[in-house]
Design a protein around this ligand. Structure first.
Ligand code: HXC
Length: 510
């Protein structure tokens, strides 16, 4: 028995070494941790249980029969994050470049199946040279099996991808179908075709970093949700995110202890909105003052900054926040901000996370680039996402709610449950000046008369009361009491049940 146990330990030791010390050193030399070091940081200490440590590939082409590393380039298993079950895979770049073989893909599929069966999140740590070239179509089939599982798991269990090295070619489409993608700065990249192919086909000269690095995907393409300095920071942030999310679509997010009075009064909010309607203010200040302990987990912080998305907790419960940001483009809705917010609203809705919408929106951004880019369809995404959401929804208009954007931003008409406004709110078809110029066109060359018309329009519409008279605003509230009002509203909605008409699925404008 002793020999057998020793043999087992030897086998395990070899498997744990992956591609060997030289390759581990090279991995460290690139500023990257190994697959197993990453798992250690991701999971609670001592909670890691491994699957398939001894699995190896079955390829016999190109001399592969002489190269059969245990584990086949991916560490898979389960463990806990702050005591809650998660499944993960962590690709091992030191073994055949972390490339995906038939068996490597099977290992990933196995843990995805377990995660689905047991209703727990899947976290993928990606660091791979892509399809195992020696295996050809077997590898492609393996990828497609993973893709299909990503699709089946979408909206059932949270899926999080962390890109910690190469992720290229069709391989990008597995992370692309997950809920969140994190990247590590300077050591990760994602693209469908790499710099060499780009040069051959389009003559563009571009580095891997420029084409698909963390900066590109968090600022330009919006493929990734956040970028972090190094592996350690990225994994710590995954843990923080998992803590905010439910394990699956039936359980609801965990309730955490909180040390902040739900009734907390914030007198400073009474003066947050400046006297001049065109002066910006920072909507993040409001978000931080509403959430428990001023904590805010922002998603896509560096993309479409005219809208803010992320999570806070109120009374220890996760709330998704969507907020126009007057500091950037006056908080206007455009293609990028509509897409960003729509995806976030849909994430919250499929995982039963209540949504708080903070509105200060002057309308949609005009211009040919917006119209040619399809702002009609993209704006419709946000409208559709709100309109089909059945989770508890609370909306607060702090200042402007103009035109179609008023309707879109979780208005009463889209079945939001509580629609509050501050006394500074202005609910109108458009700003007073623009409105007067249109309805009093005859006076367009008379600045005095126009100023009078503008003042009249302002007096009539630059307030929340016309909407409140019609019941489109449920209550005009004092800014200082906002946290209390919102906390009470969400508390009253905890048992909300809302059915949508039966359908196979809707046809959201894509
Ligand atoms: C088999 C691979 C591999 C792959 C890397 N390796 N990628 N083995 N299949 N796809 C091996 C290398 O041969 C090498 O082995 C080891 O991993 C480390 O790779 P290096 O090239 O030394 O590392 P580095 O210089 O850091 O370059 C990393 C790399 C490069 C940029 C990822 O390896 C590369 O370009 N690989 C090929 C990428 C590729 O074309 N993949 C297929 C894409 S198509 P040794 O033994 O020499 O150390 C695809 C389709 C997915 O993925 C389909 C989904 C539908």
């Amino acid at each position: 028995m002793k020999d057998i146990l020793e043999q087992l330990e030897e086998r395990r030791e070899t498997a744990r070494l992956g591609g060997g010390q030289k390759r581990i050193d090279a991995q460290h030399g690139r500023g990257k941790l190994t697959a197993r070091e990453r798992v250690d940081l991701l999971l609670d200490e001592g909670s890691f249980e491994e699957f398939d440590m001894f699995v190896s590939h079955r390829c016999t082409d190109f001399g592969m029969e002489n190269q059969k590393p245990a584990g086949d380039g991916v560490v898979t298993g389960w463990g806990t994050i702050n005591g809650r079950l998660v499944y993960f895979y962590s690709q091992d770049f030191t073994v055949l470049g972390g490339s995906v073989s038939e068996t490597h893909a099977k290992k990933i599929c196995k843990i995805m199946d377990m995660a689905m069966q047991n209703g727990a999140p899947v976290i993928g740590l990606n660091d791979s040279g892509g399809a195992r070239i020696q295996e050809g179509v077997d590898s492609l089939a393996g990828y497609a099996e993973i893709f299909q599982r990503n699709i089946m798991a979408s909206g059932v269990i949270p899926q999080i991808s962390v890109i910690m090295g190469p992720c290229a070619g069709g391989a990008v489409y597995s992370p692309a179908m997950t809920d969140f993608i994190f990247m590590v700065k300077d050591s990760s990249y994602m693209f469908v075709t790499g710099p060499e192919v780009v040069k051959t086909v389009t003559n563009e000269v571009v580095t891997a970093e420029e084409l698909g690095g963390a900066g590109t995907h968090t600022k330009k393409s919006s493929v990734a949700d956040a970028a972090f300095e190094n592996d350690v920071e990225a994994l710590a942030e995954v843990r923080r995110l998992v803590d905010l999310l439910p394990a699956n679509n039936r359980e609801g997010a965990p309730v955490r202890p909180f040390f902040d009075e739900p009734d907390r009064i914030e007198p400073s909010l009474d003066t947050l909105v400046p006297a001049n309607a065109n002066t910006p203010y920072d909507m993040k200040e409001l978000i931080l003052k509403l959430g428990d302990e001023g904590d805010f987990y922002e998603i896509q912080e560096n993309f479409a900054k005219n809208i803010i998305t992320g999570f806070i907790r109120i009374e220890g419960r996760t709330v998704g926040v969507v907020a126009n940001q007057p500091m950037v483009l006056a908080g206007v809705l455009d293609i990028d901000s509509s897409r960003k917010a729509a995806r976030f609203v849909r994430f919250c809705d499929c995982f039963e996370i209540p949504i708080l919408t903070l509105v200060d929106v002057p309308g949609f951004l005009p211009g040919t680039s917006q119209e040619y880019g399809g702002v009609i369809k993209h704006g419709a995404k946000l409208l559709y996402a709100y309109g089909e959401a059945t989770v508890p929804m609370v909306t607060l208009i702090t200042r402007k709610a103009y035109g179609g954007a008023y309707d879109v931003m979780a208005s009463k008409h889209l079945q939001s449950d509580f629609n509050y406004a501050w006394p500074t709110a202005e609910v109108a078809v458009m700003g007073a000046k623009g409105a007067s110029e249109i309805i009093h066109r005859a006076d367009k060359d008379d600045p005095e008369k126009l100023a009078q018309h503008t003042a009249d329009y302002e007096a009539r519409f630059a307030n929340p009361f016309v909407a409140a008279e019609r019941g489109f605003i449920d209550e005009v509230i004092q800014p200082r009491t906002t946290r209390k009002r919102i906390a009470r509203a969400f508390a009253s909605l905890r048992n909300k049940k809302k059915e949508m008409p039966w359908k196979k699925h809707g046809n959201i404008p894509l």
